[in-house]
Design a protein around this ligand. Structure first.
Ligand SMILES: C[S@@+](CC[C@H](N)C(=O)[O-])C[C@H]1O[C@@H](n2cnc3c(N)ncnc32)[C@H](O)[C@@H]1O
Length: 280
């Protein structure tokens, strides 16, 4: 399968498209690999199946699909950002998954998903960012073949915390939540997946899965700080913080992470939902 023409990254996407953000996505994918594998195995992805990874990013979830369908299957990563798509395909082919390809496409466009139908349509951490999330989910449902599955995993940021509470953590969180809100993200979309499936015409999910994560602040703070850095251009553009205030907030955050390295920090919840489409 080949890579399509170069396209512009999605304009509204708040985390940006820098090499540092790509690396953050890879690190985040390593954290959630077990949770995603468990959901894919609950659905029971068959050898030889065709799959779409919608908003595939660096292709780590594409790889999990590819491992399950085997060389006789077909896995398409899809993203607005063709730079990350090219890197994803290189990684997938290098690691032996030559049955994977990439298509650059904006899933908010009001046209059918290219290459549909697929036996399994998967999306992780995509709907979170899209103000048109119900319409996009309806389009993804349309892209599922009769008898196939729609599988979504997304965040609910509600539970992110450190104990004891810290002013530096609160400030970094304020900027992150403010920037996501300004960009039209829904930081609780994971908890709303059942309702979204119904709004999208898929009906009530057949199954759901909730995964949490807790780790010492000394190691966990790094991902939180990276999200802050990726969101900073959006936060500055919306007057949520200033360059000076952001630098001071990050410095205080790093100091506290060293001082309270053993304090427990909880990550966002990763929430999954899936639905099988009836046979026509
Ligand atoms: C947070 S990343 C998640 C990547 C991957 N699904 C994962 O979980 O590792 C979200 C991805 O969605 C892509 N994206 C954002 N808006 C999109 C759109 N309208 N259509 C297709 N992809 C989009 C971004 O470029 C980014 O690669």
């Amino acid at each position: 399968m080949s890579t399509t023409e170069i396209t512009r990254p999605g304009k509204g996407y708040s985390l940006g498209h820098t090499p540092r953000e790509y690396e953050r996505l890879r690190a985040q994918a390593r954290v959630w690999e077990g949770a995603t594998g468990r959901v894919l195995d609950a659905v029971g992805l068959a050898k030889g199946a065709s799959c779409l990874d919608a908003g595939c990013g660096p292709g780590e979830t594409t790889r999990l699909l590819a491992e399950r369908v085997g060389a006789g299957g077909r896995v398409t990563g899809m993203d607005t950002d063709s730079s990350i798509g090219i890197l994803a395909v290189e990684m997938l082919h290098r690691t032996g998954h030559r049955h994977c390809g990439f298509v650059a496409h904006d899933l908010t466009a009001s046209e059918p998903v290219p290459g549909a139908p697929f036996d399994l349509v998967y999306a992780r951490l995509l709907l979170f960012h899209l103000p048109q999330r119900a319409a996009v989910l309806a389009r993804l449902w349309d892209a599922v073949a009769p008898g196939g599955h729609l599988v979504v995993q997304d965040y609910d940021l509600h539970g992110v915390s450190v104990l004891p509470g810290l002013a530096s953590f609160e400030e970094v969180g304020r900027v992150i939540f403010g920037a996501f809100a300004a960009a039209g993200a829904d930081v609780h979309v994971g908890a709303r997946l059942t309702r979204l499936f119904e709004q999208a015409g898929a009906g009530t999910p057949d199954g759901t899965d909730v995964t949490g994560r807790i780790e010492p602040f000394g190691t966990g703070h790094g991902m939180f700080a990276s999200v802050f850095r990726s969101l900073l251009p959006v936060a500055l553009a919306h007057g949520i913080t200033t360059e000076e205030a952001a630098a001071a907030a990050l410095a205080a955050f790093e100091r506290d992470a060293a001082r309270f390295a053993d304090s427990p920090m909880t990550w966002p919840l990763m929430i999954g939902a899936w639905k099988r489409k009836g046979l026509a």
